[in-house]
Design a protein around this ligand. Structure first.
Ligand code: GTP
Ligand code: MG
Length: 425
């Protein structure tokens, strides 16, 4: 076909034709449904909220089962993400459900949201790596990307904590956030109303994008727009069954009455279950793929040097990109090597200077000690000389005294003889 014909063909209006009889492609939606059902679905929920806020209880209430749980300690050294995967079945539909707990979040000093962001990014990265493989198996790949983040707000009736705002802001471009007020039975009706308005206005003024139930599909537009106005849902969780009238219902029993989990005038639990599981689960999965994952993928590929080209220009060359990236990488490597070498040389010089300084100090110390020693030696020498002189003088005196003594002895011994002579005379 000539180029002009091709252009004309692609610019032509599509014509509507009627079929002469039943062909069969009207079964395409059924084929899709049956294929999806056999394949099963995966759905991944991230629960973020302070320790003991009621995350596990709400999950058990939502899926009407008991997931394995263990109480988190308030003394975790850092925020830790704990994923647990379960196979659930309802009618003939299989659901691979993963519940990820952000253990230790909001506890004293472990307030950091970074491990949560890292976890979400790692799941995107794993999916991207699978996509980029030569032999991809996306068909049976266990997709662990987070489809929804249930953000548990503490029912203070006051305002959002700055930790809540910072965390939601960091997460909003990576995951669909549904904020919920936990343990809503602990807050009065009028306070709850004001609290909801306050939360929404704080989210808006801080530019936090929460998940909006989609209103573009006619079938669910009405219910979704009504539900959007009820956000954030105020929920109560309980797996305890209480007899109300002649029916057993899930509720929390207090001395003054019973809070029924599935009673819409008591809390928004039913609204949350409706929106999250029955109406918008597929949209949450789709938004994760088309919005959040797409953003991650785009940034990552751009970072790797890939770019889109317009139809008129040369097609994108993988080889060229590889070469440029390789050159960039080698250049960077060389720069880093040089930097490290320089650092090493500087370090050696520094150490050398330090050693020299230490040697000088030691030398000075030695000289000083030597001087002190010589001084001491001189003093001792002088003392010795003095003592010797003293000893000599003493000895001289001793000799003198001894001579004197012997003379006087001689003198006294001669005196009686003289007296005798005198008497004889
Ligand atoms: P960690 O996993 O240890 O962080 O706790 P968690 O957030 O999973 O909380 P969990 O579901 O274990 O509940 C903690 C306590 O709060 C339990 O005693 C629950 O019975 C209670 N609780 C859970 N949900 C509610 C609720 O809606 N209202 C009230 N009043 N208490 C609740
Ligand atoms: Mg728990």
């Amino acid at each position: 076909m000539a180029a002009t014909d091709l252009e004309r063909f692609s610019n032509e209006e599509k014509r509507n034709l009627s079929l002469g009889g039943h062909v069969g492609f009207d079964s395409l939606p059924d084929q899709l449904v049956s294929k999806s059902v056999t394949q099963g679905f995966s759905f991944n929920i991230l629960c973020v909220g302070e320790t003991g806020i009621g995350k596990s209880t709400l999950m058990n209430t939502l899926f009407n089962t008991t997931f394995e749980t263990e109480e988190a300690s308030h003394y975790e050294s850092a925020v830790r993400l704990r994923p647990r995967t379960y196979e659930l079945q309802e009618s003939n539909v299989h659901l691979k459900l993963t519940i990820v707990d952000a253990v230790g979040f909001g506890d004293q000093i472990n307030k950091d949201e970074r491990p949560i962001v890292e976890y979400i990014d790692t799941q995107f990265e794993n999916y991207l790596q699978e996509e980029l493989k030569i032999r991809r198996s996306l068909f049976n790949y266990h997709d662990t990307r987070i489809h929804v983040c249930l953000y548990f707000i503490t029912p203070t009736g006051h305002s959002l904590k700055s930790l809540d705002l910072v965390t939601m802001k960091k997460l909003d471009s990576k995951v669909n956030i549904i904020p919920i007020i936990a343990k809503a039975d602990t807050i009065s009706k009028s306070e709850l109303h004001k609290f909801k308005i306050k939360i929404m206005s704080e989210l808006v003024s801080n530019g936090v994008q929460i998940y909006q139930f989609p209103t573009d599909d006619e079938a669910v537009a009405e219910i979704n727009s009504v539900m959007n106005a009820h956000l954030p849902f105020a929920v109560v969780g309980s797996t305890e069954e209480v007899k109300v009238g002649n029916k057993l219902v899930r509720a929390r029993q207090y001395p003054w009455g019973v809070v029924q989990v599935e009673n819409e005038s008591h809390c928004d639990f039913v609204k949350l279950r409706e929106m999250l599981i029955r109406v918008n689960m597929e949209d949450l999965r789709e938004q994760t793929h088309t919005r959040h994952y797409e953003l991650y993928r785009r940034c990552k590929l751009e970072e790797m040097g890939f770019k889109d080209t317009d139809p008129d220009s040369q097609p994108f060359s993988l080889q060229e990109t590889y070469e440029t990236k390789r050159k960039e990488f080698l250049g960077e490597l060389q720069r880093k090597e040089e930097e490290m070498r320089q650092m090493f040389v500087n370090k050696v010089k520094e150490t050398e200077a330090e050693l020299k300084e230490k040697e000088r100090e030691l030398h000075e110390k030695f000289e000083h000690l030597k001087r002190i020693h010589q001084e001491e030696k001189r003093k001792v020498e002088e003392k010795r000389r003095e003592l010797e002189e003293e000893m000599n003088a003493f000895n001289r005196r001793k000799v003198a005294v001894e001579t004197l003594q012997s003379h006087s002895f001689q003198a006294t011994s001669q005196q009686p003889l003289k007296k005798d002579k005198d008497r004889k005379k």
